[in-house]
Design a protein around this ligand. Structure first.
Ligand code: 5GP
Ligand code: ZN
Length: 171
């Protein structure tokens, strides 16, 4: 029914009431969830080493780890990237990520770990279903982000902050 269609259109994935339209930007191409490896893992159609599953989130071991124990935290409902995830999924994802990180620190006796997410092909995203990486770190493990750091010139820092602030939904 057309009316149902518009009712659905007016409700965001995280259950905003009708009339509240949340604009979402997809960095990645749209893909069919039927072809999505993380949808298949979340639906238990493909095997994975599952650490934890909650109603909205699944955490698994990455098949090609940076270090053994490298985990992924994935919303079970498909969304392409950080800009597309709904509030309820995001909230549960962060809780699960903290739980997995605590477990990893304790199980592997870690002094440190990284939490990161690649968003968009140019940022290194290869699976276009949003996920966080949690990776163990070890002293002298020789993993480095090789960065050439910039400095701001006079007024540039404020100009960048202004530009971004103007586009935030909470201002
Ligand atoms: P991205 O490159 O999108 O940030 O991260 C995707 C991650 O998913 C990669 O680290 C890759 O090793 C992992 N991955 C891809 N396919 C599978 C799979 O079928 N099973 C598991 N467990 N991990 C996968
Ligand atoms: Zn998916």
């Amino acid at each position: 029914m057309l009316r149902d269609f518009f009712a659905r259109m007016n409700r965001s994935a995280d259950g905003q009431p009708p009339g509240v339209v949340v604009l979402k930007t997809n960095l990645s191409q749209r893909i069919s969830t039927a072809d999505c490896v993380f949808c298949k893992i979340a639906g238990r159609e493909l095997p994975a080493e599952v650490l934890l599953q909650t109603p909205r989130v699944i955490s698994i071991l990455d098949i090609n780890p940076i270090h053994y124990g490298h985990a992924l935290v994935i919303p079970t409902s498909h969304c392409s990237d950080f800009l597309a995830i709904g509030d309820a999924d995001l909230h549960e994802l962060m809780r699960v990520a903290q739980d997995v990180a605590r477990g990893m620190v304790s199980a592997l006796g870690l002094e440190g770990f990284n939490v990161f997410s690649n968003n968009g092909r140019i940022a290194g995203q290869s699976v276009f279903h949003f996920h966080l990486h949690i990776t163990p770190r070890y002293p002298d493990d020789d993993i480095r982000f090789v960065l050439k750091l910039k400095s701001y010139r006079d007024g540039e820092m404020a100009a960048y902050a202004d530009k971004i602030r103007h586009c935030l939904s909470h201002h």
